[in-house]
Design a protein around this ligand. Structure first.
Ligand SMILES: [Zn+2]
Ligand SMILES: [Zn+2]
Length: 309
């Protein structure tokens, strides 16, 4: 009989780890660039991306593999045996115990996997997913099978595709949370410390926010880039207190000028704010953190007038 048959969660674990690895390559490139933004020009930035092409290409291949594993997980949820490609006459030879390990079988090819999924799963894949998966597959093949000097894998495109794949196949978990967990569980964190993980997450997702389109930010994080972004107290004054980084990652829950709740797409916290004018004459802000007594537009201290104290 067939032994060591993988389950959906086996495939999911590998798929998510691969997506994270791919994301990690791009995220490191982006945060490095963001850190250098103040002193480099357009030409240096172009050169930076040119030199990063191999890394981005690798990231793309890994992301595609990650998506394949997550899809296999969904098919395995119906039956892992659907993934086996060999006809019984071509099955591998059983071992001395009469068993054949699942890993010895040839499994479904990448180009057939979406069709196989939609043929057997209860809900077909959404169109966004199929488009992203196909785009990854085509670009991956052009890297693998030809030397194409013109191929420039765009970082924003890849980030977008990873997010679409994750959102479609793992809708129950927020990507920011999955990323935080992956960083905390990373081999480096085990060797040294997971202390800097929270700060890294804040910096990384601020860089991502600057890079992605409004549509993508709204779809993937529920963050509306067209609205005014405020500092998140938790990310700025608590998580990044020593680092000094200002995380402009929060928006008011409604468009009402009296709205007193601010939500951050990174830490997922909602905080209460007061709608008072900032006491700095140069600042037009009117969103004040009640807990921190800070203006969330300029980040300065709020001097509460005596009669309100
Ligand atoms: Zn936050
Ligand atoms: Zn202010």
């Amino acid at each position: 009989m067939i032994k060591d048959i993988p389950t959906k969660s086996d495939f999911d674990a590998i798929g998510c780890a691969l997506l994270d690895q791919s994301w990690d390559i791009v995220a490191v490139l982006l945060t490095q660039l963001q850190d250098a933004k103040d002193w480099i020009g357009v030409e240096e930035e172009d050169a930076y991306w040119r030199l990063s092409n191999t890394k981005l290409s690798t990231a793309l291949a890994i992301a595609h593999q990650g998506a394949e594993f997550l899809l296999k997980g969904r098919i395995a949820d119906v039956s892992p045996l659907l993934l086996i490609l060999n006809a019984p006459r071509d099955w591998p030879k059983p071992g001395p115990d009469g068993n054949i390990a699942f890993s010895q079988f040839r499994t479904v090819d990448a180009q057939d996997i979406v069709r196989l999924h939609d043929g057997c799963a209860a809900t077909p894949l959404d169109k966004d997913f199929s488009t992203s998966f196909e785009a990854l597959r085509i670009r991956r093949n052009s890297i693998m099978h030809s030397v194409n000097p013109d191929l420039r894998v765009n970082a924003a495109m890849l980030i977008d595709e990873i997010l679409t794949i994750y959102r479609s196949l793992m809708p129950a978990i927020r990507w920011v949370d999955a990323r935080r967990e992956a960083l905390s569980d990373s081999s480096a964190s085990h060797l040294w410390t997971a202390e800097g993980v929270e700060v890294s997450v804040v910096r990384e997702f601020n860089a991502i926010k600057d890079l992605l389109t409004s549509k993508s930010m709204l779809q993937n994080f529920g963050f509306d880039k067209k609205r005014r972004a405020y500092l998140c107290s938790n990310c700025t004054f608590s998580i990044c207190a020593d680092d000094g980084f200002q995380s402009r990652s929060a928006t008011l829950l409604t468009k009402s000028p009296t709205c007193e709740e601010l939500h951050c797409f990174i830490c997922n916290e909602t905080e209460s704010v007061e709608r008072n004018e900032c006491t700095d004459a140069d600042c037009n802000g009117n969103v004040i953190s009640t807990e921190w007594e800070k203006c969330l537009t300029c980040g300065g201290d709020y001097d509460r007038p005596d009669h309100q104290a």
